[in-house]
Design a binder for this molecule. Sequence first.
Ligand code: SF4
Length: 287
Amino acid sequence: MKYINDFLKEKFGERVLKICIDGGFTCPNRDGKVGASGCIFCSEKGSGDHLFRKPIREQVESYLKSDRSKRTNKYIAYFQNFTNTYAPVDELKRRYDEALIDDRIVALAIATRPDEINEEVVMLLKSYTEKYYVWVELGLQTSNEVTGKIINRCYSNDDFIRACNMLADNDIDVVAHMMVGLPNETFDDVKNTLEFINNQRVSGIKIHSTYVVENTKLAEMYERGEYKPISYDEYMEELVWIINHLRKDIVVHRFSGDPPKDILIAPKWMTHKTFIMNNLKKEIGKN
Ligand code: SF4
């Protein structure tokens, strides 16, 4: 398994840390453009629960002043929550530039939905590649279109393929997001999703374990007994399978969720990230 920290260390000669940024965006699946209620698992903060909506420059400056930042001299400006390409391009440029205020920032990472990637956005992102390592994180979650409807993602596999190709054609790395433990999904669905990802022009993957947080549709399903979270053993079995069958050049950016403890409903085992990581290393070592 090629892990992101090692990949970045090799690329930049030292550790590279992420500055997680709330870019002040919303999402077309929340404001009515393609949907109003969002993906069923998405929290009120658009899956960025540790972030605060402050001016972008302030967020970057405050990170760079923090003790945490002292562990290295190189950083990634990471636009994390909601849909970070969902604005006119001049506005996108203004927001990205507001983050790129320090020469120690060597990379720009943008998380978004595949249906919000278009020619103009790709050209803007490409313009940053001269100075920065740029990657785009695209939601997929599953290649099962029926599950796609259940989770209300409101885009299709074809949207993902189209966005992926447009970015790859312009030398922008794509990191696919995949989820394990989605409603009604079996191990076979997970295998199919991985096969789908392996066949796309992606260079990285984020594997998320599905978790239930307060004030989401998934929480309502859980309360009504319509959704049963994946057990730790099932998750570990599926995760080990994924890692062992992932295309060898794909870099692993993440292999568990990072649920905010204060609003997490289930499953509670998911808060033990170090435990999961250590057990995964042991399990992979066995194969
Ligand atoms: S696309 Fe992302 S931000 Fe939008 S509702 Fe889904 S998970 Fe939330």
